[in-house]
Design a protein around this ligand. Structure first.
Ligand code: SF4
Length: 948
């Protein structure tokens, strides 16, 4: 037996406090008793291969037990070597095995026959599909129709690879799901420091302040949850603001249940208290806030010194009183006071987070994140131990060889002029823009994305996707059937988490790590000396992985290299030859990951071998206060100081800005002469006054403030039957479309009633189990009620993840979908749509005997269909909260019915579009250069020229 190899001795078995993992020296061959052979005593040998979970973006470590004889996967458990998840997973991690073994998964490439959406597909070879798709793309590129190519991603599950092929193609076609997810919070955080999300150090905090239900249902479920509990065990106070008594709120020392949309008012009242009581870190503020801009813009007559700034800031925020906050939130004023005292006591150790929740629900929701970060700043908790860092400090993104530089395109279907400050693509408006004639698509890839089901206004998506004059070719890259794949021309099966390569990193704590997702059977075959050509030889059926698919597709778009694309997909080790996935990652791990080659050498391995063995590398520990990092000589070389102290190297309009930040900017000179890295804003400081908001037309919102939500109390007439609907809360065991084929998860969570406060239920004469009709601006749906005290009055909530359907038989995921009739209820009138279940979830025959044992029947209600698009005019975030009217179900209503008129969708779209202020910034810039942007173009593309 070889000597034990452990990345961080005494780490693997004890470092995280868990002791029951197989010792790493036995990972190549680990023997287990066979449970299935019981009562006979039999053993089987497994090779344990690490990978990372694909079921949410935390990318927790998994360890797959691959049978050395037949290569079947027995199970997946946590990877003890992973610094983010530390051997632990939520239920969705181990349930990955269900996704692999799903008897209804798509195993061969399929091509549509008959009309789009008609449910008829026939098998096609990979070669036929690739040639057809590549040919259409090549023509579009040659004819300068690059903006007709779009890649629309739901769960990325990787960092940097999509960036690579889109840049190589010269296509500004990256579309994401972010404006139905987190665009609101991203704007609020970005305006402060350039980074678009926080990384709280929960484990060392004094106060943990969450504006969402993180612990159990939201972002970073497992890695954050375990650290929040550590923080609590160490004495931290946990405060949760959530109108619903979530699992997280049930663990809180203080649960506040505010009226949705009032959160910023509460936080600003706390800020006013901190300023009033002088419970602020003045030294930090003096050094790191762009307070001179605040004075110059808001108090131009005032003395330009920090003392004056602090006095005026204090005065300016006293309008946010406890009483105002309590009135807006409809909660006792004492609760706001208690929160203020708790936050004041945090003293540099306030760990705070808002992600979806309020920031994703409300008109102006981004101000919630801006106000939350204000408290982190005032208490001096920025980047401290126990405080809140920006995500970029705790995340590591390597790139492959010969990375393409920025392109020169700007796709206004994705980045329209009405939303210059949107943090991500205006994804939800795509069907409307197509209907408006703003453009069309030659090739549209949906990739691990299900917009017909996930997005609001799904019938408008359905209309766009079935119109071949708007979408020429729809290619769905998906392991499973979905409501969107039904409307594809090609359905191409891609692997699940243990069937593909990716690198991924996430800000789980104050450290940096790089995870390596790998096709575990392929790795096992390699270990066992078995032959294969590519990952298809290791995966079930003809299931492929995307890395190899994109290599191959790009090569076929440019077979002779004349388009300048092929060179980006050539081997770094065999010039002129097509790169292999091994070569790609070998190069990344040898050249892009600091410390990995040395660490691998210590263990007698090459970097790629090390990553194949452990599945992860810890790049840095204890990462704090990166803003204070002194600049290196190389960074300073050629940099000149600008007004305000920003250090910048010369750039031209042909320069490409970094993913976040401005081209050329390297850091900051402070008053004391120190030169540090700083932040990624235009001032390289934390911006209490955002010049970007001013320069792009919204000066009144340049500082943290309070924007009245579209569901403010004043907008809702409770006595007339109106309520606020929260449609975004999640069940911890489900995840969008991806849990649809995970039987364990569906056995655990298979119903979703409408949470309704008992007083509201009584007012409407509804009791638990009754059917109710919920009407929105564009239609209605029919749900079952749960009368409960666990949600505040005036608000109701229906969990996300359920309401899955299939229009045609044979389209899978029957663990969760009901069969619907998709109809035009008013004799085919334009815009009128209805779905009605004709069968719920029911047992079915398959290779998995468990499918005949299904004991649940509720597919849920597809509520998102009945939501109009409500894009926040600043961030572009879809404002998920709905003003609804509640009534008893009407005669003829059936559970799960959804009725919508897309003509009304168009009216609501026009109404929200009218709230924007289309603007160009300085020098005709379409958008501030420092904002994060996928596939960032050259600086010249940011500028509107007479031809553009
Ligand atoms: S939190 Fe759960 S779903 Fe997310 S990556 Fe970890 S194990 Fe997977």
């Amino acid at each position: 037996m070889s000597a034990p190899v452990e990345p961080d001795l005494p780490g693997l078995r004890t470092r995280w406090g868990l002791r029951n993992f197989p010792p790493v020296e036995e990972w190549d061959c680990f023997t287990l008793n066979s449970a299935k052979a019981h009562p006979r005593h039999e053993t089987r040998d497994y090779t344990l291969v690490p990978t990372t979970c694909f079921n949410c973006e935390s990318a927790c470590g998994l360890l797959a037990y691959v049978d050395r004889e037949d290569l079947s996967i027995l199970k997946v458990e946590g990877n003890p070597a992973h610094p983010g998840s530390r051997g632990r997973n939520c239920a969705k991690g181990p349930a990955t095995i269900n996704q692999v073994d799903d008897p209804e998964r798509i195993l061969t490439p399929l091509r549509r026959v008959g009309p789009r959406g008609g449910g008829q597909f026939a098998p096609v070879t990979w070669d036929e599909a690739l040639d057809d798709i590549a040919g259409r793309m090549r023509r579009a590129i040659i004819e300068d129709r690059r903006n007709e190519i779009m890649y629309h991603v739901g769960r990325p599950g990787e960092d940097g690879f999509a960036e690579r092929f889109l840049l190589a193609w010269g296509v500004d076609g990256h579309n994401s799901h972010t404006n139905i997810c987190s665009a609101g919070a991203r704007l609020g955080f970005t305006l402060w420091g350039g980074y678009d999300r926080p990384s709280p150090d929960h484990a060392h905090a004094k106060v943990i302040l969450l504006l969402s239900s993180h612990l159990e249902t939201g972002h970073y479920f497992n890695p954050h949850a375990q650290r929040i509990m550590e923080g609590k065990a160490n004495g931290a106070k946990l405060v949760v603001l959530d109108p619903r008594l979530s699992n997280t709120a049930s663990h809180a020392d203080l649960w506040m249940s505010p009226w949705p949309g009032s959160e910023a008012a509460i936080l600003l009242a706390v800020a006013a208290y901190l300023l009033r009581e002088k419970a602020v870190d003045a030294a930090f503020m003096r050094r790191w806030l762009n307070w001179p801009e605040y004075l110059a813009n808001l108090h131009p007559q005032a003395e330009r010194d920090f003392g004056t700034f602090l006095a005026l800031l204090t005065e300016d925020y006293q309008q946010y009183t406890f009483e105002l906050a309590a009135a807006e939130a409809d909660i006792p004023v004492e609760q706001v006071e208690e929160l203020a005292r708790l936050v004041a006591g945090a003293r540099g150790q306030l760990a705070a987070h808002v992600w979806r929740s309020a920031a994703a629900g409300n008109y102006g929701g981004w101000m919630v994140a801006r106000a939350l970060m204000f408290l982190v700043v005032l208490t001096g908790s920025v980047g401290t131990k126990g405080g809140t860092s920006p995500n970029g400090w705790d995340k590591f993104i390597p790139h492959g060889p010969n990375m393409p530089s920025g392109h020169e395109s700007w796709n206004e279907l994705l980045w329209p002029r009405e939303y210059p400050l949107a943090t991500n693509e205006l994804s939800i408006l795509l069907p409307h823009f197509l209907k408006d004639g703003r453009g069309k698509l030659e090739v549209y890839f949906s990739r691990v994305y299900n917009p017909v089901w996930t997005n609001p206004d799904g019938f408008s998506w359905l209309e766009a996707l079935t119109d071949e004059s708007k979408v020429g070719l729809h290619v769905a890259l998906t392991p499973t059937w979905s409501e969107t794949a039904e409307f594809a021309d090609y359905v191409l099966p891609m692997g699940h988490g243990p069937e593909r390569h990716d690198t991924q990193s996430y800000e789980t704590h104050a450290g940096r790590w790089l995870g390596f997702r790998q096709p575990v059977r392929r790795v096992a075959m390699e270990r066992l000396g078995r032959e294969f050509t590519d990952t298809r030889d290791a995966n079930p059926g003809q299931v492929w992985e995307e890395n190899e698919f994109w290599f191959e597709l790009s090569w076929r778009i440019d077979p002779d290299g004349s388009l300048g694309i092929r060179k980006y997909f050539e081997s770094p080790y065999r010039p002129g030859e097509k790169v292999t996935v091994d070569e790609y990652y070998r190069w990344v791990f040898e050249n892009q990951v600091p410390g990995l080659p040395e660490k691998a050498a210590e263990t007698g391995l090459q970097p790629l071998e090390y990553m194949r063995k452990f599945g992860v590398f810890e790049v840095a520990k204890e990462v704090y206060r990166v803003d204070e990092r002194p600049l290196t000589d190389a960074e300073l070389d050629g940099a000149a100081e600008e007004a305000g102290g920003v250090l910048r190297k010369p750039v031209t309009l042909d320069s490409t800005p970094p993913l976040v930040g401005e081209a050329g900017a390297v850091g900051l000179v402070h008053d004391d002469g120190s030169k540090t890295f700083g932040w990624l804003t235009p001032s390289r400081k934390l911006e209490i006054y955002s010049t970007a908001m001013r320069d792009w037309g919204w000066p009144e919102y340049a500082t943290p403030g309070y924007i009245t939500s579209h569901v403010n109390r004043s907008e809702i007439d409770v006595d007339a039957g109106e309520l606020v609907l929260i449609p975004t809360f999640r069940l911890p065991t489900l995840i969008h479309t991806r849990s649809g084929n995970a039987k364990y998860l569906n056995e655990i969570s298979n119903t979703h009633p409408l949470w309704l406060n008992t007083t509201d239920a009584a007012r409407h004469g509804l009791r638990t189990g009754d059917l109710a009709r919920v009407s929105t601006a564009i239609g209605h749906f029919v749900v079952r009620v749960w009368a409960t005290e666990a949600i505040r009055p005036g608000v109701c909530a229906l969990s996300h993840h359920m309401g899955r359907w299939r229009a045609n038989e044979g389209e899978g995921s029957r663990w969760v979908t009901g069969k619907v009739d998709l109809s035009r209820p008013t004799d085919g009138a334009e815009g009128a749509w209805m779905i009605r279940y004709n069968r719920g979830v029911e047992p079915f025959s398959s290779d998995d005997p468990d499918s005949s044992r299904i004991s649940w029947d509720d597919p849920g209600v597809h509520q998102n269909l009945a939501f109009p698009v409500q894009p926040d005019p600043w961030s572009g975030m879809h404002c998920w909260l709905q003003k609804i009217r509640l009534e008893k179900a009407q005669p003829g209503d059936r559970y799960g019915d959804v009725v919508v008129d897309t003509r009304k969708s168009r009216e609501v779209y026009a109404d929200w579009l009218a709230r924007t202020r289309p603007a160009l910034g300085p020098d005709g810039q379409r958008r501030p250069e420092f904002l994060m942007r996928p596939v960032k173009p050259k600086r010249k593309a940011f500028r509107v020229t007479p031809e553009s």
